[in-house]
Design a protein around this ligand. Structure first.
Ligand SMILES: Nc1ncnc2c1ncn2[C@@H]1O[C@H](COP(=O)(O)OP(=O)(O)OP(=O)(O)O)[C@@H](O)[C@H]1O
Length: 522
């Protein structure tokens, strides 16, 4: 439980901020406008509607002297008895009690939303209408996803660049689509590119386009995806896989909003909103030189973290029901009910492959089930699920639940850019009871008899590696070999693909099919 401290009322100075920067910034979403404010290393910053507030927030639901942020070993927020109150992580805080906040925690002053982020070159633009907050977020049953969707609503209204973080299969692309769909660009194109899917030369041709004769084989000119996304959104999936040379070219486009086709020296102005996604630790990549720091800052206007499915089991019944309805409809069958036992098994399983794995399990179960209801026997989940750390019940009040693991622990500070910024204050750890750093990487279930194999969507209905059918065994062998070679190549996907005699793209597809988290590059 986080330490709560009585706020010293006598510290009434409106701004006692020291000059030195903390490397943090506060993003303020106010009535459809977004602004970004660098934060000091120490002292106090008053937030309010008053002229003399440290950060002035001109909104009717915000009091003149609404709250303060206190900077030191940790960042804390204290409400000054404001009319509409202050909420942290969706919970109203008591006045005059300083409460710690963390990276990506949502703070609300009346109807205004604030988020603590790492300082970067946040392109702050946009005054594009009022947020339709909460509209879709209501469909989510977990507080973590409800918060995420509220943030998505606010982020969507602006042009701010976004990096969506989270484990493989957690739903990063779904969030990218939501950002586009809820943005004023919704009527424009949403163009997606998987940066891991193409080798460097093809990737650049796809992104920037080319003129006729630009290279051998360029028999006619072709606009790139950046041009195709003009007036809309470009979703760069697996952005961490971008080669360094392409990163440099992309940086120019993100900075200048001008794109130059290969073989052409005349730039063309484009109006594109960039949303990137990655399961990789971009900050470590920046530290090791594998990802350009300037591009990182440009893209990382704001980070959104999609929690893994095991941290939001409340979502499982709804998602499972949605998938059952979808796949029964595809199979032209009446929608099958899910038995209580099956639902209990679904809720108990830790889902290393996240929502994608759940979808695959249900898809297969529908094929497998010849009866009138889906039972646990159709799911093919292991009697003895892969070892995952126990879910710890969320603390009774603030600080936030494990839904924000990236903001919660030393290791996860990384994901939101905390390390590598030496001047930054230590960020508090909200609840040591659930340190994500102790979280093992999502398991890659072994092929010991009886262990669950996340099912692929490609074969009949073999769900368990019991060697019950030929397709099962083939899949099991293929998967085992891929994992072995990957391990031998130290996780280097390009090398592993070479050894296996398949393209890197095929390898990545197979990893997805088997719901194997993509290995990190050494
Ligand atoms: N909230 C959701 N509702 C319904 N389906 C979802 C949801 N989230 C994810 N999915 C489904 O789960 C699958 C994986 O989602 P998605 O592709 O967005 O994950 P991802 O995190 O981008 O994965 P990767 O890291 O492999 O790119 C998709 O089929 C998607 O439709």
């Amino acid at each position: 439980m986080a330490e709560l401290m009585q706020h010293d009322q006598t510290r009434s100075a409106m701004t006692r901020a020291a000059d030195a920067s903390s490397g943090l910034r506060l993003i303020v979403f106010c009535g459809g406008q977004v602004s970004s404010h660098p934060l000091p290393k120490s002292g106090e910053l008053v937030l309010g509607r008053g002229e003399d507030a440290g950060i002035r927030i001109d909104h009717v639901t915000v009091s003149r002297r609404h709250a303060s942020m206190l900077f030191g070993d940790e960042v804390r927020v204290v409400d000054h008895g404001s009319f509409n109150g202050t909420s942290i992580g969706g919970k109203k805080i008591a006045p005059n009690i300083a409460v710690p906040i963390y990276l990506a925690t949502i703070v609300e002053l009346g109807d205004v939303m604030l988020v603590l982020q790492v300082q970067g070159a946040a392109p702050v633009t946009g005054s594009q209408g009022v947020s339709n907050a909460l509209r879709d977020g209501r469909a989510y049953s977990s507080p973590a996803m409800q918060h995420l969707h509220r943030l998505v609503d606010n982020v969507a209204q602006s042009n701010i660049t976004v990096v969506v973080r989270g484990e493989t299969g957690a739903g990063k692309e779904v969030i990218g689509e939501e950002i586009h769909r809820r943005s004023p660009r919704a009527n424009g194109p949403l163009v997606k590119l998987n940066c891991a899917a193409l080798p460097e030369q093809l990737l650049e041709g796809e992104l920037f386009g080319y003129e006729r004769g630009a290279f051998t084989g360029a028999s006619q000119a072709k606009p790139g995806l950046i041009e195709a996304a003009d007036g809309g959104t470009l979703f760069l999936d697996e952005v961490g896989e971008l080669p360094l040379a392409t990163q440099a070219k992309l940086l120019r486009v993100v900075e200048s909003r001008e794109v130059m086709r290969l073989g052409n020296l005349r730039p063309k102005t484009v109006d594109v909103r960039f949303v990137a996604a990655t399961h990789r630790d971009l900050e470590s990549m920046v530290a090791s030189g594998a990802f350009r720091q300037d591009l990182y800052y440009r893209l990382n206007g704001v980070s959104l973290v999609v929690p893994p499915l095991r941290e939001r089991p409340e979502e499982i019944p709804r998602l499972a029901g949605e998938f059952v309805a979808r796949f029964c409809k595809d199979a032209r069958r009446p929608v099958l009910p899910i038995t209580e036992q099956a639902m209990a098994a679904l809720r108990a399983y830790p889902w290393p492959g996240n929502v994608r794995e759940l979808r695959n399990v249900i898809e297969r179960a529908i094929v497998f089930c010849r009866g009138v209801a889906l039972g646990p026997e159709h799911l093919g989940l292991p009697m003895d699920p892969p070892a995952m750390p126990p879910l710890v019940a969320p603390p009774p009040s603030y600080p936030p639940t494990s839904a924000w693991p990236y903001a919660a622990t030393p290791s996860n500070r990384t994901a939101l850019g905390m390390p590598g910024l030496p001047t930054m204050p230590p960020v508090p750890m909200p609840h040591a009871a659930y340190p994500a750093s102790s979280y093992p990487p999502a398991p890659t279930p072994d092929f010991a008899a009886g262990q669950h194999v996340p099912p692929s969507s490609g074969s009949d209905f073999g769900t368990v590696a019991f060697g019950s059918s030929l397709p099962d065994e083939v899949e099991a062998l293929e998967r085992e070999r891929i994992l072995k070679v990957l391990a031998q190549c130290g996780g280097n996907q390009t090398q592993a693909a070479e050894v296996l005699g398949i393209s890197r793209r095929t390898l990545l597809r197979r990893l997805d099919t088997y719901a194997v988290p993509r290995p990190r590059k050494p």
